[in-house]
Design a protein around this ligand. Structure first.
Ligand SMILES: [Zn+2]
Length: 422
């Protein structure tokens, strides 16, 4: 018997011939990837594929509804090539190629559907960018946020990760953070030089815990590209500003022996970025409808305001879990947020999502367009889970703050929003 243990590298249509059994450890995240992976076996003769579902809301949902999974169509791939930030970054390269300035007419020829105002914005953004850095081979294929970070082992001059964008670099790397890949060595972050974009790590002998950053985001609206008020649902799609302060981290020990520990950083890092975002704001009547509903359910002594807030968070979590199922994306491509009082949203209760990997992926725009489906699927996810108060199979998310979540209220809130659509 021959056994191959592999990452998803085998997904890309390599024909090894006579494999007969595939064991998938965890759902790969999309039906398309799942079909590719199980398709590695049975190419000559019979084949059997086994999928081991993991403890995560969407996977548990499909474990409860296997037929729905089997009949589910592959996801739709999204890309937004006319995103203005992406276009603006290409202008200096185009100018090099043409050997002259890029004009409005050039862009109109290439993208006949774009509005004149939009093209002018693209040219303006391009004019203010530092083109030398872009033309000078600094055009990162991995990210759009400009500055790149590298991870180097102290004293060995050996770079282990290259071209990390600043946003994810500072989320995952801070003094004391553990960097590891399963089955390989672990490293602890020793120092970070933001000016040079350098992260220095030290090898560690024994890996006993990993780290998860704890951060706070302050969110503001830069501009709204689109707004809609459809049947009682207020939603918008635009550019947000996120100021993220990473102020500490959690040490999570392997095994059950140790409780996890919270550590504060001596020097919190603050990063600012301006991702695409979409958000749904609740009207006063929707919010009071929810509170009235909660009043009837809640035990004496529980604060209705806190439960309403916890319902908002739980609904946001359920939506986060189902999004990768409706739109082809990775769960790490976007971040969800929810709050009942945030100045940027005029203190109205809000559930929103912003892109993590720069703009241009089209994920956020797709969430905006598919909001009705997202709400319905989130409700199905919650309703089909037999628990009463919320559990890791429905409203809890791995690695997120899962404290104030109220499942019965989330169900009510999603219904209120869906009634608005129908
Ligand atoms: Zn549950």
């Amino acid at each position: 018997m021959h056994v191959i243990i592999t990452t998803n590298a085998l997904e890309v249509g390599i024909d090894i011939g006579d494999l007969s059994l595939a064991v998938l450890v965890g759902y790969p995240g999309t039906k398309a990837a799942f079909s590719q992976q199980i398709g590695r076996v049975g190419r000559k003769g019979e084949g059997v594929a086994i999928l081991i579902w993991q403890d995560e809301p969407l996977q548990q949902y499909y474990m409860r509804n296997p037929l729905e999974f089997i009949h589910k169509a592959p996801e739709v791939v999204r890309i937004n090539p006319t995103n203005y930030k992406l276009l603006a970054m290409h202008i200096p390269l185009l100018r090099e190629e043409l050997g002259r300035e890029v004009t409005k007419e050039d862009l109109q020829d290439m993208f006949p559907g774009l509005l004149e105002d939009y093209i002018e914005t693209v040219l303006q953004v391009a004019a203010t960018a530092n083109d030398e850095a872009i033309v000078d081979d600094k055009f990162s294929l991995r990210s759009m946020s400009g500055k790149n970070y590298s991870v180097t082992i102290r004293g060995q001059n050996q770079t282990i990760v290259d071209s990390l964008d600043e946003w994810s670099a500072l989320r995952d790397f801070y003094e004391g953070a553990i960097y590891w890949t399963p089955g390989e060595k672990g490293y602890r972050v020793d120092s970070i030089n933001r000016r040079k974009g350098e992260i220095i790590v030290l090898p560690i002998q024994e890996l006993t815990y990993y780290t998860q950053s704890t951060y706070r985001d302050i969110i503001d609206i830069m501009q709204s590209y689109q707004k809609q008020h459809i049947d009682g649902i207020d939603m918008a799609y635009g550019e947000l500003e996120i100021k993220r302060s990473v102020f500490g981290y959690k040490k999570v020990y392997f095994g059950q022996k140790h409780e996890s520990e919270q550590v504060q950083l001596d020097h919190p890092s603050v990063t600012r970025f301006t991702p695409e975002g979409m958000w749904v704001t609740l009207t006063d009547s929707q919010w009071s409808q929810l509170k009235n509903g909660i009043q009837e359910l809640a035990d004496e002594g529980r604060s209705i305001d806190l439960l309403a807030e916890a319902s908002l968070h739980a609904a946001g979590h359920a939506m986060t879990s189902v999004i990768p199922d409706l739109i082809i994306c990775d769960a790490n491509d976007f971040t969800g947020f929810s709050a009942s009082e945030m100045t940027a949203f005029a203190n109205r209760p809000v559930i929103g999502f912003y892109g993590e990997n720069g703009s241009g992926l089209g994920t956020i725009e797709a969430i905006y367009e598919k909001l009705p489906q997202v709400l319905r699927k989130a409700l199905e996810l919650i309703e089909s889970c037999p628990c009463a108060e919320g559990c890791p199979s429905c409203v809890q998310l791995p690695g997120k703050g899962n404290v104030e979540l109220f499942k019965p209220g989330a169900k009510m809130l999603l219904k209120i929003l869906i009634e608005g659509i129908d």
